[in-house]
Design a protein around this ligand. Structure first.
Ligand SMILES: N[C@@H](CCC(=O)N[C@@H](CS)C(=O)NCC(=O)O)C(=O)O
Length: 201
């Protein structure tokens, strides 16, 4: 029997979205459990490491967003066709994902001077990350190899936020733009994006 999946996270895309997209791409049913912030303090102690996301697989609770995503990538055939591709995909994920909490910090900073300071530092980090990924990215619409892998979904999730932050940024990175387009060209992912909750982050 197919495993039962419950993915618990806040009502955000962020660290859970690549996993949600993989479930959608593979046509796998999962419970998209979105925990309201005011319910979190009571639940924090029940999670394996005191943070979200948590993926419950038939009663086994997995934690840490990228290990969760890597597990689902293996379950759905999106981890990479060979060990080599898997290591290359991991490298992109490790390069891209640290941008996410930094952008969160800029987006939700309330003090104007602090926000400007964080934004200046963020912009430098973002450009460095995009340049490094553009240089290593394949030219046929995938970061690695010739099929959609979980690293492409991580890029799409972070790239989506970057475009919300500074529209038009990705135009300067043609290979990465092609990856963004490959992700949305997948009909099942496009259907998920069209129906997913519209959240700020
Ligand atoms: N390294 C962890 C970080 C998880 C993390 O920072 N989760 C945040 C939400 S994005 C959280 O649970 N915040 C609430 C808390 O720490 O109490 C991962 O990738 O899963």
């Amino acid at each position: 029997m197919a495993p039962k999946y419950k993915l618990s996270y806040f009502d955000m895309r962020a660290r859970a979205e690549p996993t949600r997209m993989m479930f959608a791409a593979a046509g796998i049913d999962f419970e998209d459990d979105r925990i309201p912030f005011d319910k979190w303090p009571a639940l924090k102690g029940t999670t394996p490491m005191g943070q979200l996301p948590v993926l419950d697989v038939d009663g086994v609770k997995l934690c840490q967003s990228m290990p969760i995503a890597r597990f689902v990538a293996k379950e759905t055939g999106m981890a990479g066709k060979t060990n080599l591709e898997q290591a290359q995909a991991d490298a992109f994920v490790d390069e891209i994902i640290p941008i996410l909490p930094k952008l969160y910090g800029v987006t939700f900073a309330t003090d104007a001077a602090k926000k400007a300071e964080l934004a200046a530092e963020f912009d430098k980090n973002m450009v460095g990350m995009l340049e490094r990924c553009e240089k290593l990215c394949g030219s046929n619409g995938f970061l690695v190899g010739n099929s959609l892998l979980w690293c492409d979904l991580v890029l799409h999730t972070v790239g989506y936020n970057i475009e919300n932050y500074k529209p038009g940024t990705l135009k300067s990175y043609p290979k990465l733009s092609k990856v963004m387009a490959s992700v949305t060209a997948n009909p099942k992912i496009a259907a998920w994006i069209a129906k997913r909750p519209d959240t700020k982050f």
